[in-house]
Design a protein around this ligand. Structure first.
Ligand SMILES: Cc1ncc(COP(=O)(O)O)c(C=O)c1O
Length: 343
């Protein structure tokens, strides 16, 4: 038995606190499949306003938000372009092929963004003998690349390319909240690269369940239909929307603390003989050091023996994620444990 547990596996481990639960209990609800839930409508209105889009749609998960977006922007047989390491490719179980019947084309990534030269090479106009590229997917912050905020200049170049060729852009902004806090840029500015954007409520914002997708009104109508097809039409879901509204009000701006905690962990790791990381490369709440001379599983097990939990990330990396349910004191303890590990 370890005396203390510090869970750095993911920001999805956050649990609703008492004030959030009270907001959920107090929510005015109705049957959202019949369009009767005022709290869901308010959350959708609020998110659309924050990201500067016409309309929004609550979804049970980020995966469903991304996938209804992919299906709503494409037709079967189209191609979509993504950067390597994109969540939509790595962790969504082949859903673009399975649900939207599109082919995913992966291109190398530069500073968190698909390389525009490679996107240009991969693009297909849909003329005789070729399928049509209808969508580019971007990610901010970038999960597998260590929570970085991608280069916004490259994002703008991709936007210009998309406009030139009539291609749509979907932004997987599961952690766009963190990007906004880290850069000081409004969500609407960061989301403007995308025709659509999805953000999660269930990660650093601390909600138990839920994500939300925004875009033009006709796109959201198609996404609404597709959400129903996926079984995502829910009834008195205002209970969850109330958690989202509460979190946007109370848990968003404090993410700066999570970023500070990640910096402490990165600096501690940089000072060990077994992990390499430049704290300047840690932009938000995800820390992914490269290991030197030790396998990730050994590091994970060594830390877990002392109650500090995180995931291996392939053979030679580990991933640690800070969030509101680990205090600065917990992070101090975790840093102490990490700095004492020897292999
Ligand atoms: C970048 C990114 N996109 C999408 C998702 C999917 O969210 P969910 O787990 O709610 O399906 C995640 C979850 O970790 C993520 O990190």
């Amino acid at each position: 038995m370890v005396a203390r547990v510090v869970d750095l596996r993911s920001d999805t481990v956050t649990r609703p606190d008492r004030p959030m639960l009270e907001a959920m209990v107090a929510a005015e609800v109705g049957d959202d499949v019949l369009g009767d839930d005022p709290t869901v409508k308010e959350l959708e209105r609020r998110y659309a306003e924050i990201v500067g889009k016409e309309a929004a749609l609550f979804t049970p998960s980020g995966t469903m938000g991304n996938q209804v977006a992919v299906a709503a922007w494409t037709s079967g047989g189209d191609e979509i372009i993504l950067g390597r390491e994109a969540h939509i490719i790595e962790y969504e179980y082949g859903a673009p092929g399975f649900l939207a019947r599109v082919l995913t084309r992966e291109v190398p990534v530069v500073e968190g963004a698909p390389d525009p030269d490679e996107v240009r090479k991969r693009y297909k106009s849909g003329e005789f003998h070729s399928s049509r590229t209808s969508l580019i997917c971007l990610e901010n912050t970038h999960n597998r690349l260590g929570g970085i905020v991608p280069n916004q200049g490259i994002f703008r170049a991709l936007r210009a390319f998309a406009d030139e060729h009539g291609v749509k852009i979907h932004l997987d902004g599961a952690r766009l909240w963190n990007a906004s806090v880290a850069t000081g840029k409004p969500m609407a500015e960061l989301a403007s690269v995308g025709d659509s954007v999805m953000s999660c409520l269930s990660k650093g914002l601390g909600c138990p369940i839920g994500s939300i997708l925004a875009g033009p009104g006709d796109f959201i109508k198609r996404a609404h239909r597709l959400r129903k097809i996926c079984g995502g039409g829910m009834r008195q879901v205002g209970i969850l929307a109330a958690a989202g509204l509460y979190a946007i009000e109370h848990n968003w701006r404090r993410m700066a603390e999570d970023h500070e905690k990640a910096q402490r962990i990165a600096k501690t790791l940089a000072a060990t003989p077994w992990a390499g990381i430049d704290p300047a490369d840690v932009h938000t709440n995800i820390v992914i050091p490269v290991l030197e001379g030790v396998a990730s599983q050994r590091v994970v097990e060594g830390a877990a023996e002392r109650g500090v939990r995180f995931f291996p990330f392939g053979e030679d990396k580990i991933r640690l994620v800070t969030h509101r349910d680990v205090s600065f004191d917990d992070v101090g303890y975790a840093c102490d444990v990490l700095s004492r590990l020897r292999f």
